[in-house]
Each structure stands twice: as structure tokens, then as C-alpha cells.
Design a protein. Structure first.
Ligand code: PMP
Length: 349
């Protein structure tokens, strides 16, 4: 289908693509590229899911302001959905997340309220709760909202099942930010494709799930203190400084078969390799999930089918370590190419 009533109809149905060069011979590694969503990330699904659930429940009435704490992609997705549906949007965001994310949200009409880096994710959430309470705004609560997981059960999980119909899927590999993808997909796979092993990746610097230390929570499920196993990591959008309720639910359900720890440099390396060897342009958490999937592939027998989630586009990371080694000026090699013909030359430095 290529004709839609609004941009919202283009959310989901993202392609599953075979990896041709980076996977070990004999292992079938596939990636699900969430960058194909209209605003470039998996969070477009959540944005539509939480807004439409709140419309159905009556919590969100026409013209009511929507507010959320987000490291970026959720805010960008919400900004799109709110723009299309006509809700004002306020986003709170810790100042360390990339500048292009703020600008994107503002371009889409949202207001972005920054919180100091030292307060990390807990501070931006506290600020959002406070603002919602003070002004009577609708807080989407992406970390606890069941509508987040539900949209993944209704869409992402169904797409995966359809794409592997009549075939086996041996491993499904994902990371977690809120755990919406993880919870929504894993519960459907556990029921309908019980032989598919669920592999969860987290940053080597922030092994919250593997630590086995429970998260302290408020009565509403939100985190009441930073998790002691957290250290800052470069995977923006993965593992905040607490274990989200949606993620803890999956741990509790006992459906996780394996937890893999990915060092920051591996995430950046594999995002680059995907771009240069496969032409797949994705972000840092995608590189991280792919690094985890390669570890699964390395130990898997020939004929194994592995599906790896790639959460967002690489275009969101131009000012981050992902592009640290990419220069704006011509390299000596590029200058040589320029000088090899007479026109439009720059002087040799
Ligand atoms: N990667 C990126 C770049 C993200 O923005 C997010 C969402 N915060 C995720 C991965 C994880 O998705 P989820 O919230 O569904 O766990």
C-alpha cells in the first residue's frame, strides 16, 4: 500500500533485511530497520500507541498539552503525532543528549525544556512529573505505560511473525530503553514462536539487568532512585539510569534467554561497519544490538536464523562520537583525486 490518510498511517511495517557481508558464513542474520518509520525511529510506534490509547480512555481530550521526559526519539515521534493530531507538546530532556534531537523537536513545533546533565534520566523524569502535576498536562509515562508495550505486540511482533511465517526464527536480539519493544514483542513470541530465544543486550558499562539488583520504585512503578550498577555509556536511548517497569516485567516473566554486554566502542564500530559494508545507515544502539547479534551468530550452527532490531537512523548522531572520526575537510587522498584533473582545484596545503 502506498497511499495513506495521514503520516500516521506510515508508522510500522518496517523492512527485515538480510546481512550479506558481516555475518559468519552459513548463519542467516537479518535486521529489522526501524529507521524506515516516518521520523526515523522505533519510537514512532510508541508515540502513536500512547496517544491513541489516551484518546480512547478519555485521558487525552482535544487541545490538552502532552508532556514526556525523553532522550530524543520518543519526543521526536510524539512531536510528529501531536503535530498531526493538534496537541501542544512539551518535552523534558537531559542536556547531554545530541543537539540535533532538540532542534528536530522544536522544528516539529514542540517545546523542549532541558534538565542539567548531572541529574541524568531521573532528573528529566522528575521534571516532567512536576510540570504535568502543576499544569494539568497529560504525561505519557513511556517507561511504565502499557500502551507502549501493547503497540509492539500489535505491530512489531505481528510483522516479525509474518516475515518468518513458515520458517524458524532461532534468535530475536534487542536492547532496551523503556523496554516497550522488549516487553511487547517477547510476550507474543513466547506464546506464538516459543522456540525463538530472546536475547537482550545492555551496555557493558551499565549492566543493570545482569547485576540482579532490584530497582527501587514509587507506588506508580516509576524509579525512585538511580540504579547502583549504572555508569554513563554512549548508547543514547538504551538503558537509562534505572530499570524501567516495562523492562522489569520481562525479567519477571522469565522469557529472557540470554543477556549480552556490549562495550561502547563496539556499538560505534558496528554502526560504521553496517554503513560501509551493507549500506545500512543506523544509530549507536543499532550498532550495539548488531554487536550482540554477531556474538550470537559466532556461536550458532549453520542454518541458524537471527533477527536483530536496529532502532533508529544514523542521521540523529552527527554531533556525537559516532561521527568523531569523520572529517569535514578533504583528506590528503581526496585532495590527490582533486588535483588529478585541471578544473576546480584548491591549492596544495
Ligand atoms: N535505541 C534508541 C536509539 C532509542 O531511542 C530507544 C528508545 N528509547 C531504544 C533503542 C529502545 O527502545 P525501547 O524504549 O522500546 O526499549
Amino acid at each position: 500500500m502506498s497511499r495513506f490518510d495521514s503520516i500516521l498511517g506510515t508508522i510500522g511495517n518496517t523492512p527485515v533485511v538480510r546481512i550479506n557481508k558481516l555475518a559468519p558464513a552459513g548463519v542467516n542474520l537479518f535486521v529489522k530497520i526501524e529507521a524506515f518509520n516516518p521520523l526515523g525511529s522505533v519510537k514512532d510506534r510508541l508515540a502513536l500507541g500512547v496517544i491513541e490509547a489516551a484518546e480512547r480512555s478519555g485521558e487525552l481530550t482535544p487541545g490538552r498539552t502532552v508532556i514526556e521526559a525523553t532522550s530524543g526519539n520518543t519526543g521526536i515521534g510524539l512531536a510528529m503525532v501531536c503535530a498531526q493530531k493538534g496537541y501542544p507538546l512539551v518535552v523534558t530532556m537531559a542536556e547531554q543528549f545530541s543537539v540535533e534531537r532538540r532542534k528536530l523537536m522544536r522544528f516539529l513545533g514542540a517545546k523542549v525544556v532541558l534538565t542539567p546533565a548531572a541529574g541524568r534520566a531521573v532528573a528529566m523524569v522528575t521534571k516532567a512529573v512536576e510540570l504535568a502535576r502543576t499544569h494539568g498536562w497529560f504525561l505519557t509515562r513511556q517507561f511504565e505505560n502499557e500502551a507502549n508495550a501493547d503497540i509492539h505486540s500489535r505491530t512489531t511482533a505481528r510483522e516479525i511473525i509474518a516475515d518468518f511465517a513458515g520458517e524458524k526464527l532461532d534468535y530475536w536480539v534487542t536492547g532496551y530503553g523503556t523496554g516497550g519493544t522488549l516487553k511487547g514483542v517477547s510476550r507474543v513470541l513466547a506464546k506464538e514462536m516459543p522456540d525463538t530465544r530472546i536475547v537482550v543486550c545492555e551496555p557493558a558499562d551499565a549492566p543493570l539487568l545482569a547485576s540482579g539488583i532490584a530497582q527501587e520504585r514509587n507506588a506508580d512503578g516509576s524509579a525512585s532512585a538511580p540504579h547502583p550498577a549504572f555508569k554513563p555509556h554512549p548508547m543514547q536511548g538504551w538503558t537509562p539510569d534505572f530499570i524501567p517497569k516495562l523492562t522489569a516485567d520481562v525479567v519477571g516473566a522469565g522469557v529472557i534467554d540470554r543477556i549480552i554486554h556490549v562495550p561502547g566502542p563496539d556499538a560505534i564500530r558496528w554502526a560504521g561497519e553496517l554503513a560501509r559494508k551493507e549500506g545500512i545507515f543506523v544509530g549507536i544502539t543499532a550498532g550495539a544490538t548488531f554487536a550482540g547479534a554477531l556474538r550470537v551468530c559466532a556461536e550458532a550452527p549453520a542454518g541458524t536464523n537471527v533477527l536483530c532490531m536496529l532502532p533508529d537512523t544514523g542521521e540523529r548522531y552527527l554531533t556525537t562520537p559516532l561521527f568523531a572520526d569523520v572529517q569535514a575537510d578533504m583528506s590528503p587522498e581526496e585532495l590527490e583525486i582533486s588535483l588529478s584533473t585541471p578544473s576546480a582545484q584548491f591549492p596544495r596545503p
